[in-house]
Design a protein. Structure first.
Length: 277
């Protein structure tokens, strides 16, 4: 009788070297998954994460690709399958977050954000599913698309980014129908977790508590939600809001700009404290 342990499930986490991606890699690795940590330019960070988790006894393998390039996406999935067989999960975390408005967006920037934030996640999910045979068990793989609470709490800032995430949110249920029963498709819509774009630390300190729970959102909570979806075979076509209820507080602009306006208003209506000698 063989005493070999079953092989761990494999997950590809895009944008896995830094920020939420690094938390996702750590969470899945510590739960017993073999993690493929995708990066585009963050090679040093990806290998440092690999070393930290290896010291804990976990397996993380960095893999490089430009997700805006369809050929590189295809090669990425082919490389992983050739190395260790089909993936059991992909967490589509990588995204572009570039400022523009409905008045000034440019076609090249909008197309690139759509390619990375919408087309790439859908493409990686279908390519992963295609590596599993037609008679594979139902739900033999899962794609988790990382969204944004903005898709349920619209404001016009970051126009092209928001359009791309809106399309991806609608695609969760559509792709779940298209790839069933072989693959499951889920979404996670986080709130503000980390300093974003040109945001200052002071702005972030105020903005991160603008939610129903009046407390900062821990990226580890978002990662645990992704792990839950990956390991629960009964969930597909659904999106979890993991944002401390931020999506239930409608704002006229992105939270960063709202906080800036409030801080400026406060300073303009209050005398600064006297200088101490």
């Amino acid at each position: 009788m063989s005493s070999a342990l079953p092989a761990p499930p494999h997950v590809l986490i895009t944008g896995g070297a830094v920020r939420l991606g690094a938390v996702l890699c750590s969470t899945f690795a510590r739960a017993g998954w073999k993690v493929w940590c995708h990066y585009q330019r963050s090679a040093d960070e990806a290998h440092a994460l690999q070393e930290r988790l290896a010291a804990e006894g976990h397996t993380v393998e960095p893999v490089q690709a430009d997700l805006a390039d369809a050929a590189q996406r295809a090669d990425l999935i082919a490389r992983l399958q050739a190395a260790h067989g089909p993936l059991q999960a992909v967490v589509n975390n990588a995204s572009l977050f570039e400022p523009d408005t409905g008045d000034d967006f440019t076609a090249p920037l909008t197309r690139r954000q759509l390619e990375v934030n919408l087309v790439a996640p859908l493409d990686l999910a279908r390519r992963m599913a295609a590596t599993h045979p037609d008679d594979a068990p139902a739900g033999s793989c899962v794609a988790i698309h990382i969204l944004d609470q903005k898709v349920y709490n619209l404001n016009p800032d970051y126009f092209s980014y928001t359009v791309s995430k809106l399309a991806l949110e609608r695609a969760v249920s559509l792709q779940a129908q298209a790839l069933a029963p072989r693959a499951r498709i889920c979404g996670v819509a986080p709130g503000l977790m980390l300093v974003s774009g040109p945001q200052s630390e002071a702005n972030f300190a105020a903005a991160r508590q603008a939610n129903l729970m009046r407390r900062p959102l821990d990226p580890a909570d978002v990662a645990r939600a992704c792990l839950f979806l990956a390991e629960n075979p009964a969930i597909t076509g659904s999106t979890l809001c993991v944002d401390n209820g931020q999506h239930l507080l409608p704002l006229p602009r992105d939270i960063m700009f709202v906080v800036d306006d409030l801080l400026q208003s406060h300073l303009s209506h209050h005398d600064l404290p006297p200088k101490l000698d």
